[in-house]
Ligand binder design. Structure first.
Ligand code: HEC
Length: 165
């Protein structure tokens, strides 16, 4: 084989290597929650992440949620309709899933509790205020309940975005 054809071959291999690299570029993150980058803290600590709440709080939260929230958000916090991002005919948003598949995990604890306290009515939404309906420990338990459906992955992303801090 001549030196020239060796060079051509090497160039070809180079191109192939480049192409296969781009093939492995990060998949579009437009759909659903973004996966944490490999090797990040979230990816390496996926098993048995410790939560802020106790198991008892989830049990109480299940009662609170069933009685006050499930009618709109679904018994397992799965939401009401197919697409929580799509406005209803009256221009309001449907009750979103709180089970980690929608948006709730973008909000730190403080904001979640504020939504529960004041509802969405002030912002033109439909959720009623619970400030005078539930005790503080019941609101926290309700949060613990719907968070029990979150994967550790989602939970850790929530913690990184503010969480209970
Ligand atoms: C009458 C229906 C209804 C009830 C009952 C209700 N919600 Fe909601 N909830 C909604 C709607 C609709 C929204 C979206 C914002 C809006 O339109 O007010 C929402 C939003 C939320 C959000 C914010 C989610 C996000 O992704 O930003 C949280 C958290 C929440 N609700 C928790 C609860 C909890 C906990 C209870 C029970 C204590 C409850 N909700 C009871 C209808 C309801």
């Amino acid at each position: 084989m001549s030196l020239k054809s060796v060079k051509t071959l090497l160039t070809l291999f180079g191109i192939i290597a480049l192409v296969s690299c781009t093939d492995q570029a990060p998949v579009s993150q437009a759909n659903g929650p973004a996966a944490p980058p490999a090797g990040s803290e979230a990816a390496s600590e996926q098993i048995g992440v410790e939560r802020w709440n106790s198991a008892e709080q989830v049990v109480l939260g299940s009662e609170v949620f069933t009685q006050n929230c499930a009618v709109c958000h679904g018994a397992q916090a799965q939401g009401a309709v197919g697409d929580w991002r799509e406005k209803l005919a009256d221009g309001s948003f449907p009750p979103p899933p709180l089970n980690g598949s929608a948006h709730a995990w973008h909000h730190p604890q403080e904001i979640l509790l504020r939504v529960i306290d004041y509802g969405g009515e002030a912002m033109g939404g439909k959720m009623p205020a619970f400030i005078d309906v539930l005790e503080d420990h019941e609101k926290l338990a309700a949060v613990a309940y719907f968070q029990s459906f979150w994967t550790d992955d989602i939970y850790q992303q929530w913690m990184q975005m503010g969480g209970t801090n």
